[in-house]
Design a protein around this ligand. Sequence first.
Ligand SMILES: Nc1ncnc2c1ncn2[C@@H]1O[C@H](COP(=O)(O)OP(=O)(O)OP(=O)(O)O)[C@@H](O)[C@H]1O
Ligand SMILES: [Mg+2]
Length: 271
Amino acid sequence: MTAQHAPAIQVHGLEKSYKELRVLRGVDFDVARGSVFALLGSNGAGKTTAVKILSTLLRADAGTARVNGFDVAAQAADVRESISLTGQFAAVDEILTGRENLVLIARLRHLEDPGRIADDLLERFSLTEAGARKVSTYSGGMRRRLDIAMSLIGDPPVIFLDEPTTGLDPRARIEVWQAVRELAARGTTVLLTTQYLDEAEQLADRIAILHRGRIIVNGTLAELRRLLPPAEVEYVEKQPTLEDVFLTLVGDGDGENGHDRNLGTDAKEPR
Ligand SMILES: Nc1ncnc2c1ncn2[C@@H]1O[C@H](COP(=O)(O)OP(=O)(O)OP(=O)(O)O)[C@@H](O)[C@H]1O
Ligand SMILES: [Mg+2]
C-alpha cells in the first residue's frame, strides 16, 4: 500500500493511563483519507486523550499511531506539519479582530500574503463583515468558525476537531457543520469528537464509540443502525437513531462483555 492510499490515520493498540486510571485500553481504528470520522463517547471516555496522542501533545503508553503516514512518537515534527487541532476550548485572541487573528497565524507560519489568506478564509466562513471587529464582540458560533478557519491556515491534510460545537446554539452548530462539510468536500480528512449523536449522524462517514477504554463499535451510520432491530410501529418501520444504538451499547451495561464490533472498513454510505 502506498502512502497516498494508506489511511490518513491508523491507530493500533493504543493505551494510556493517568496513574491508576486506565483511560485507553487498546484502541484500534483507521480513518480513510478525505473522510469524516466521528469519535463518540461519554464525558471522560478518553476522546480528548486520544486526540492529544494523535496530535503529538501526549505520549501513549503502548500501541502505535500514524497520521498522514508518520508515526506520532518517532516522527512528531512531520505529524505536526500534517495536522491542525482545534481544541475543546476556542483559542482565538479576544483583543484582536477576526482578520488580525488570521493574519497573525499566517505570519507565524511564514506564509506569503497573509492578508489575502485571511480575507479568503473570512469569506469561506461567512465572517467577512465581522472581520474588522474585535473577537470579544463575536457570538460563540462566530468564534468557533474563526477558530476552525485559523486551523486551516496552511492547508493541513488532517484536521482534529475536539467537540467543535459543544455549547453552541442550534443555529451556530449548523454553521459549524457546514464548515466541516466544506472541509471534507475539499478532501481534508477530519477526525472529530462529539457527545452529540446527531452531529455524528449529520457529518460522519464512519462513527466509532469509545467506551471503557476501547472502541466498542465502528461503522457507518447505516451499519450502526443495523445493530438494533427496527422497531415496528403499526405499518411504519422506524429506523433506530444513533442515539438508540449508543444508549443500547453504552447504556448502563458494562461494555466489556462482547460488544466489540468492527463493521468492515470499505463501506461508505451517502450522507
Ligand atoms: N492530565 C490528566 N491527569 C489525570 N487524569 C486525566 C488527565 N487528563 C484526563 N484525565 C482523566 O482521563 C479521563 C479521560 O479524559 P478525557 O479528557 O480524555 O475524556 P473526554 O472523553 O475527552 O471527556 P469530555 O467529553 O468530558 O471532554 C477522565 O477521567 C479524566 O478525568
Ligand atoms: Mg474531551
